[in-house]
Design a protein around this ligand. Structure first.
Ligand code: ZN
Length: 294
């Protein structure tokens, strides 16, 4: 899955030594990933542009600096640049979805991690308990409030995304804003007080009026989704009754697609319907279901 599988040593033990982390960040070893408003800075070949510490120091960067961990033996850091920073020739900011699809698996995962954590720091500068400005700790893995000592940790928002199935058909929906003809798996945020399976059943009921039997729902696979901090939890949910009642506040339409139709959508040969691109876990779920693997 795109954004998953970063071969990164996050250096948990090292992070406990704040002075050592600061030394690393101010040193001349390792590489810096610089983001621009959450966008990736890419080389002309589509790979990330990694800045040597001496190059990174010449850029106007926002104050929050992150130690990502060690990748291929080198320390990796991340920061956001200020809007008016001049970039090296050939380096340009690229929209995250387009950028991730052109990168290697490793780099997409590292970039997704950096994007999520930098965006979290940007919106969590003050203590939610007492309002004091918080400070970065642990190389960016948390913030601490000097006023009340409360620690604040980066958020991860679990989202259930599910393929409801009924025999040889699966349920797909579409939203008005999507490109014409695109259909995808239903999805929604998990709410406090519910399991993934319960969230899955609730979302199917709310959006499509479909009743799933909670014990029959199975987790398939996950995907970090750095927009800004979701964790997509892919599920499959067999249902016994195929009747649908669409909630038009959530969806423009929902309907059952036969396995052969979904295969054609994945192959790009369906006359009017298509699945999302390969970056999306919905597509991966559909591929596994069409292949009879889930
Ligand atoms: Zn506080």
């Amino acid at each position: 899955m795109v954004f998953a599988g970063a071969p990164l040593d996050r250096g948990d033990a090292l992070r406990r030594d704040e002075a050592r982390v600061q030394d690393l960040m101010q040193g001349d070893e390792g590489w810096w990933m610089i983001l621009s408003g959450g966008d990736a800075l890419l080389q002309p070949d589509g790979n990330l542009f990694w800045f040597h510490p001496s190059e990174a120091r010449t850029l106007a960067l926002k104050p929050t600096r992150i130690f990502l961990g060690h990748y291929k033996g080198s320390a990796c850091f991340a920061a956001e640049m200020e809007d008016d920073t001049a970039l090296p020739a050939g380096v340009e900011p690229v929209d995250p979805r387009r950028a991730a699809m052109g990168m290697s698996q490793d780099e997409a995962a590292l970039y997704g991690y950096a994007r999520s954590i930098l965006l979290w720091h940007q919106t969590h500068g003050f203590c939610a308990a007492c309002g004091t400005e918080t400070v970065v700790k642990g190389g960016g893995t948390r913030r601490q409030c000097p006023g009340c000592e409360k620690e604040h940790f980066p958020r991860v928002d679990p989202v259930v995304i599910m393929l409801a199935t009924h025999g040889d058909e699966c349920l797909l929906g579409r939203q008005t804003a999507w490109p014409e003809g695109m259909w995808s798996a239903l999805a929604g945020f998990t709410e406090p007080g519910e399991t993934l399976e319960e969230a899955c059943a609730r979302e199917l009921k709310e959006e499509a009026g479909v009743t799933a039997d909670i014990p029959s729902i199975r987790y398939v696979m996950g995907q970090p989704w750095p927009f800004p901090s979701s964790l997509m939890m892919g599920l499959i949910a067999p249902v016994s009754d195929a009747s649908i009642t669409v909630d038009t506040h959530e969806l423009e339409a929902a309907r059952w697609f036969h396995r052969d139709e979904v295969a054609a959508m994945l192959a790009g040969t369906h006359p009017e319907a298509a699945m999302p691109p390969s970056i999306a876990i919905a597509r991966r779920l559909a591929e596994l279901w069409v292949a009879g693997r889930i």
